[in-house]
Design a protein around this ligand. Structure first.
Ligand code: PNS
Length: 170
C-alpha cells in the first residue's frame, strides 16, 4: 500500500531564528511527516543576516532527532503558494502570538487559500515567548539588553559577532 507523506511549510524571514520559530517548527513536526522551513526573502532588500547564514543558524538550532524530517531551504522573490506547490506541501504552519499576528496573518492565509487552495494551520504561540520576535531581540541586544533564552546560543553568538551587545547604546 502506498503511504502519503504529509508535508508542510513553515515560512518566514528567520532574520534570525528565535525560540518562538523553533517551537512552531518542532510542533509542526508532530503534526506532519516532513517540514520544510522556507526562508523567504526579497532579493531587493538586505536583512541583518545573509540568507545562507540564516539557514546555517536554523540548521544548528534544530534538535538532532528532527534533522532527517526537517529541511531548510531559501526562496527568493517567490509567492509562498508557489513554494508550497514546488515542495509538495499541503499546508502552511504558522504560530500566532496574539491579536496583532492574527490581524496580519489572516488575510495572507485567506489569500493563499484563494490562490491555490493551500490551507494554513495556526498554532497558538507559547505564552512564555509571546513577546519574542526577530526584530525585537535584535533591537534589545543592540541597545544592551539581555536576550538570553529568547534565541538559541548559536544565534546569540552570531548576533554578538555582527552587532555586539550595546553597540547602539548611547
Ligand atoms: O517572518 P515574516 O517576515 O513574518 O514572514 C512573512 C512571510 C515571508 C511568510 C510572508 O511575507 C510571505 O509569505 N512572503 C512570500 C510572498 C507571498 O507569498 N506574498 C503573498 C502573501 S498572501
Amino acid at each position: 500500500m502506498r503511504t502519503l507523506t504529509r508535508r508542510c511549510v513553515c515560512p518566514g524571514s528567520f532574520d534570525p531564528v528565535t525560540h518562538g520559530h523553533l517551537d512552531v517548527v518542532e510542533r509542526a513536526a508532530t503534526l506532519f511527516d516532513e517540514v520544510v522551513v522556507a526562508v523567504l526573502h526579497n532579493p531587493a532588500k538586505n536583512g541583518t543576516f545573509e540568507v545562507p547564514r540564516r539557514i546555517e543558524l536554523i540548521h544548528a538550532s534544530l534538535p538532532e532527532e528532527l534533522r532527517d524530517r526537517v529541511r531548510v531551504e531559501a526562496f527568493a522573490g517567490r509567492l509562498l503558494v508557489d513554494v508550497c506547490r514546488d515542495v509538495g506541501a499541503t499546508a502552511i504552519v504558522k504560530g500566532l502570538r496574539g491579536g496583532t499576528d492574527f490581524a496580519y496573518e489572516m488575510p495572507m492565509a485567506r489569500m493563499n487559500k484563494h490562490l491555490t487552495g493551500v490551507e494554513t494551520v495556526f498554532l497558538p504561540g507559547d505564552p512564555t515567548l509571546e513577546h519574542v520576535s526577530s526584530s525585537l531581540v535584535k533591537e534589545v541586544h543592540r541597545y544592551g539588553g539581555d536576550i538570553t533564552g529568547m534565541v538559541p546560543d548559536v544565534v546569540l553568538a552570531a548576533l554578538e559577532e555582527l552587532e555586539p551587545r550595546g553597540s547602539a547604546a548611547g
